[in-house]
Design a protein around this ligand. Sequence first.
Ligand code: CP3
Length: 334
Amino acid sequence: MSRLIQTLNSKINLFPIWFMRQAGRYLPEYRKIRLEKRTFLDLCFDSKISSKITLQPVKKFNLDAAIVFSDILTIPNSLGQKVYYIENVGPILEPLQKKVLSKLYKYRDFIKKNYEVYNQIKIIKKKIKGKALIGFVGAPWTLAVYMLNRKSPSHNFKIKNLNFNNKLINLLTKFATIHIEKQIENGAEVIQIFDSWAGLIRENQLHKFCYHPTKRMLKSLKRKFPNIPIICFPRGIGKKYKDFVNFVGPDCISIDQSINPSWAITNLNGIPIQGGIDPIIFCGERKNVRKITYKYLNIFRDYPYIFNLGHGITPDAKIENIKHMVEIVKENRL
Ligand code: CP3
């Protein structure tokens, strides 16, 4: 059984290591393939190519897990709201039309549109013996943010200008759950739910927009797949991570770089913790990589911990630094 699954299921601390956005633009071999295709979504919807990309970092660094190569925004795209990825800008979505919210979009259309994503999982599954295969999805809130704001909310985002409503959140909860189910049926063994923009929600609305929809997803997934561990990543909610863990009950919690790891150990019910290391560390000096890796090894010596970052690897990350962290972790684990 893979190190990641053992750490998640038995809470044995084997220090598995993988990274969010481990396949991506910082890798020359990814950039090469990217140049040959028209768009990023063309890569996601070609399982022969996407399965190759998924495995690039796993082989290069001998990581403990592969994460499906896709994007959280394939969901709006498959529901009929087109998504474009623009160089140096990020994703841009066309206006959200009524047809997306209507019942026009049926289960079968959605599954058909994501066929290549599910097929990728089947291909990879045969090639990664002893490593875990992670499927993922965006949480309903984060998907709604992109669908209503139509671009990344990093600048000038005003929640009150947008029409967040139950109908949209319910629709996304339903399809995010379906998307996960299909990934599991095709071979995903661990699931991560990315709520990258949970930090934008006002405190008194966290329950409605973040905890509650996520819990609904977990409840229905656990009924069907009780043995598949679910990692939640409600990025940016600070001390509210504690309420999140108590209410939602995930199998593992992924922390961002604003969270003090010692605080996390004492406040998050003893569930396995993932991540927290500032991604900027990979852009700087080797000696700082060493320092922070030993810091996390020491803090989590007696606690089930999964090495990962507080957010995705950035395009300017240095390969040598990633290699260095993996090396140190491997030298210091059972
Ligand atoms: O982690 C992995 O290696 C698996 C693949 C993966 C991608 N996106 C590939 C990608 C995963 C898990 C994601 C999740 C994702 N996508 C999130 C949640 C995590 C987070 O970063 O907060 C979000 C918010 C998105 C939406 C998204 N997709 C944005 C904002 C961008 C543009 C910014 C950027 O980094 O380029 C993307 C594009 C994207 N998703 C790329 C990749 C490899 C780059 C596409 C390219 O080659 O041009």
